[in-house]
Design a protein around this ligand. Structure first.
Ligand SMILES: Cc1ncc(COP(=O)(O)O)c(C=O)c1O
Length: 465
């Protein structure tokens, strides 16, 4: 019988792995763990292959910055479960809040009000910029994006029947649902759309080429103007644009936008009454060293989409913004059954308190500097394979290339991900030519450096093979 394949990239066949035992990591078995090969094969049988692309480990439990299997292995977690567990896995205060709320007995509420939901909205508005005075709750990030898209279009079309166009960026990711995926900028992933929405347009993402000299502020501003001129050449009139959706750091590559570019975008948006919608689903809640990623640029957000790190656990998402924008939809016009589930609200309230009490936003900034230094050493060790390491706080990406072709390499990123897991560092595959370093914000300083050095050992093991 052929060896079962958990995904198109990982074979479920235990490989002898050097044993590791430190204060932070333990690799005590061959990997995949021999005792769990059958269950991994069962996973491949019962899950569609689309869900089987992460390294073949059966997560048993996770705590703080570590992930454990039941075979005695323990990893430093650099995944944060897809950049979500900002306050760490299973923080005791969050577990307590969920348990207490479950005991208290409110398990579902649909669109009725409840104390826990009102309190969460109030807490979120304390964190949001002053002009945001309402919170429109959802369950997952893709829904928050769909909602922002709809708010921008409905509000735009109230001003002018033709004001429904939405701009976004090549390389952005905004979710998997129909509207959110149309906004996402990886065209290779979108043939399923068949007929794309002709009023969604992608601007070239303003990325600095690491091998060329930095553009000046003026050149970035002109870069933006040129993109708008190119749209105009295709018949897209600025006054017909209702909104621009932008990740405050592009997720797959943890790359910020140049400040001058964003300032110019903001001025243009004001001039043409266009909503600037920040996707903070990955960058929110301290992850980049600020409460929200857009604070790095000091510019105003009209709408802010949040999810993931708002709870560090259960699903909850929202759009934050001013009443005049959020109230364009009529009562009951757009609802969903599970939005702001009371258990998720209780988890979010506990999570926000931990972020504040443990100073995790400042900690992400301080620890981000440690990660930056270690990643810079790593790049010096592998100059032919690593083109750059980018990011803010604890949202970081290592950009990898095939040294023979000089082209970005998804294959190397995938192989490195698995080798890292074998070296006791949990990564997740992003299916891009990057390896993401996004530990929970509670990670100890020495686990950051130890994990990054282990990434180097993992890459070396591939080169030595
Ligand atoms: C920047 C960004 N936007 C939107 C989404 C979609 O969120 P969800 O997976 O909760 O639907 C993600 C998820 O990874 C994301 O990283």
């Amino acid at each position: 019988m052929a060896t079962p394949i958990l995904s198109n990239s990982f074979v479920i066949e235990p490989e002898e792995t050097p044993r590791i035992e430190t204060a932070h990591r333990r690799i005590a078995t061959a990997l995949p763990a021999p005792d769990y090969v059958d269950r991994l094969a069962d996973a491949a049988r019962v899950f569609p292959q689309v869900n089987c692309y992460q390294p073949p480990v059966i997560w048993d439990r996770a705590s703080g910055y570590q992930v454990f299997d039941a075979a005695g292995n323990c990893w430093i977690d650099f995944s944060s479960t897809a950049v979500m567990t900002n306050t760490g896995h299973g923080h005791p205060a969050i577990r307590k809040a969920i348990a207490e709320h479950a005991q208290a007995g409110l398990f579902a509420q649909f669109s009725f009000a409840s104390e826990v939901r009102i309190r969460l909205a109030e807490e979120l508005l304390k964190l949001a910029p002053e002009h945001c005075d309402k919170v429109y709750f959802w369950t997952v990030g893709s829904e928050a994006i769909e909602c922002a898209l709809r708010l921008a279009r409905v509000g735009g079309m109230e001003k002018n029947a033709n004001k429904y166009r939405i701009l976004t960026f090549t390389g952005d990711y905004h979710g998997w649902t129909l509207g959110a995926h149309q906004l996402s900028g990886d065209s290779a992933a979108k043939p399923w759309l068949a007929t794309a929405d002709s009023a969604i347009h992608h601007l070239p993402f303003p990325r600095q080429d690491p091998r060329s000299t930095d553009l000046t502020d003026r050149e970035w501003s002109e870069f933006f103007d040129r993109s708008i001129e190119q749209l105009a050449d295709q018949g897209v009139v600025a006054d017909e644009v209702a909104g621009v959706v932008v990740e405050t750091l592009q997720g797959w590559c943890a790359t910020p936008l140049p400040m001058a570019y964003l300032k110019r975008l903001r001025a243009w948006a004001d001039e043409h009454e266009v909503l600037l919608i920040f996707d903070e689903i990955q960058t929110g809640f301290g992850r980049t060293g600020k409460w929200f990623g857009h604070e790095h640029y000091g510019i105003k957000a009209d709408l802010i989409c949040i999810a993931k790190g708002v709870t560090s656990t259960l699903p909850l998402a929202a759009v934050l913004g001013p009443a005049e924008i959020l109230d364009v939809l009529h009562p009951g016009e757009v609802t969903t059954t599970h939005a702001a589930h009371p258990l998720s609200c209780a988890a979010a309230l506990a999570n926000l308190k931990i972020l504040r009490d443990e100073n995790l936003t400042q900690e992400a900034s301080r620890k981000g500097a440690i990660a930056e230094d270690a990643l810079s050493d790593l790049q010096s060790r592998f100059p032919n394979h690593i083109t750059q390491a980018t990011g803010y706080g604890l949202l970081r990406a290592i950009h990898v290339q095939d040294p023979t072709t000089g082209k970005p390499s998804r294959e190397l990123a995938r192989d490195w991900t698995w080798a890292a897991v074998k070296h006791g560092v949990m990564l997740f595959q992003v299916n891009q030519p990057t390896v993401k370093v996004c530990p929970p914000l509670v990670i100890p300083d020495d686990a950051i450096t130890e994990g990054i050095v282990a990434l180097g050992d993992a890459l070396q093991s591939i080169l030595d093979a």
